[in-house]
Design a protein around this ligand. Structure first.
Ligand code: SF4
Ligand code: SF4
Length: 412
């Protein structure tokens, strides 16, 4: 695609990236076929090609307006389009830059500003939102139907085994996550048990924080960078004290943000090289699951005798491209998984999307649950806390993180 980016924007690193990304796009439109918002709304401007075109126009000097902002807001950042694109267009990066540019020039109505600020200053801090989620979960049964669906269902900490570990596989810093540590603390407990069973020594964070994804999704770039900087400083201190081989997240939504740190760090020149090098040790939990090792170390491991519907989060499928690996490892452990039709489509959770775009989000959730329930499974598993609670808000069946089932199969 030919571009004519404004010279003052082309002089910036962001403008140069936009130019390079746009030039890769050949405008073929293959991506629209796999875009959930285009499928629901049937409007070219609510598909990837249309959004790319709108960002191009903004960088070429056409003033952005509320209409452009709305079309960019409706994007789930699921990156299904990126997987489909034959030209390797880095859509996820482009939409991030495009949103930031539009945000700086188009004021939002007061209510939207307030909601976004509230979400950005509440969700990344377990100490600020933990009490709210816990109260809503406890009082769930007493709430009217509409509110009940929105209230989280926090499961009690699982009774997972505590296998001894010689640490021969390495030392892992397990990131507990901001929302995950309050909504699904059982996921972190299960992850620690399985990592130990695989031979890792597990370090828990002294106080869980955020990877920066919440603020990043809300185009609150400075706050997101503060999280990145703070995390690198904390990890560096731990690494100096104890030595860390891997930095692991069990929520694929956090994982995709963490894997994006190298790109973000390019915009943060003051970060020392020692901190920058830490990002090479970031792994998604699924990357450390090795069925052969687990079977060898835990010969009495028992796979669940259940029919399991597998919901692959976009952040694992498109963002990290790890979905086939994880499914293969789970099947090698004896899991019986069914994959729903249109598995590549987002469930509508997408970070804060379910709160900011409730109508579209609900439609996607209901379609996803229909697909997941088609083969009458006993339960649904996934790999991200957001999908787990979003699907769980309307599901008759339990929705759980895959690691909990692996942990329950370990010998007691
Ligand atoms: S598939 Fe890729 S090259 Fe084709 S329109 Fe979409 S982003 Fe552009
Ligand atoms: S990221 Fe997802 S919702 Fe956004 S344009 Fe791409 S496919 Fe569509």
């Amino acid at each position: 695609m030919q571009t004519q980016i404004l010279p003052e924007l082309l002089a910036t690193p962001a403008g140069q990236r936009v130019d390079a990304i746009l030039r890769k796009c050949v405008h073929c439109g293959f991506c629209t076929a796999t875009c959930p918002t285009y499928q629901l709304l049937g409007d070219e401007l609510d598909g990837p090609r249309g959004r790319i075109y709108q960002i191009k126009e903004v960088f070429e000097g056409l003033p952005a307006d509320r209409s452009v902002q709305r079309h960019l807001d409706r994007c789930l950042t699921c990156r299904s389009c990126e997987t489909t694109c034959p030209s390797g267009v880095d859509y996820g990066e482009l939409i991030d830059i495009g949103r930031e540019q539009v945000e700086s020039s188009v004021p939002r109505p007061f209510g939207e500003r307030l909601l976004r600020r509230l979400l950005g200053s509440l969700l990344p801090y377990p100490s600020r939102h933990g009490w709210l989620f816990r109260s809503a979960s406890t009082l769930r049964g007493l709430l009217p139907t509409g509110l009940r669906q929105k209230a989280p269902r926090i499961r009690p900490l699982g009774n997972f085994p505590n296998p001894s570990s010689d640490g021969s596989a390495g030392r892992v810093l397990l990131l507990e996550g901001c929302v995950q540590s309050t909504l699904s603390p059982n996921t972190n407990a299960a992850a620690a048990a399985v990592l130990q069973a695989l031979g890792y020594e597990v370090l828990r964070e002294p106080s869980p924080g955020c990877c920066g994804a919440v603020n990043q999704h809300l185009s609150q770039t400075e706050q997101a960078r503060r999280w990145v900087r703070g995390n690198l400083e904390r990890w560096q201190a731990l690494d100096r004290q104890q030595g860390i081989d891997f930095i692991v997240s069990s929520a694929s939504g956090c994982g995709v943000m963490l894997k994006d740190y190298p790109r973000i760090l390019q915009q943060m020149p003051a970060v020392p090289d020692e901190q920058k090098s830490l990002v090479e040790r970031i792994r998604d939990l699924s990357e450390l699951l090795d069925a052969e090792t687990l079977r060898r170390r835990q010969p009495d491991f028992r796979a669940p005798e259940l029919r399991i519907a597998w919901h692959a989060p976009c952040t694992l499928t498109h963002g990290q491209r790890l979905v086939d690996r994880l499914r293969a490892q789970l099947e090698a452990l004896g899991f019986r998984l069914s994959v729903p039709r249109d598995a590549h489509l987002c469930c509508g959770s997408a970070g804060t999307y379910s709160l900011l775009q409730p109508e579209l989000s609900k439609q996607l959730r209901d379609d996803k649950l229909d697909a997941l329930n088609a083969e009458a499974p006993d339960l649904i598993i996934t790999a991200n806390v957001g999908c787990e609670h979003h699907l769980g808000s309307a599901s008759e069946l339990p929705v759980r993180h895959w690691i909990e089932l692996v942990a329950e199969g370990l010998p007691r």
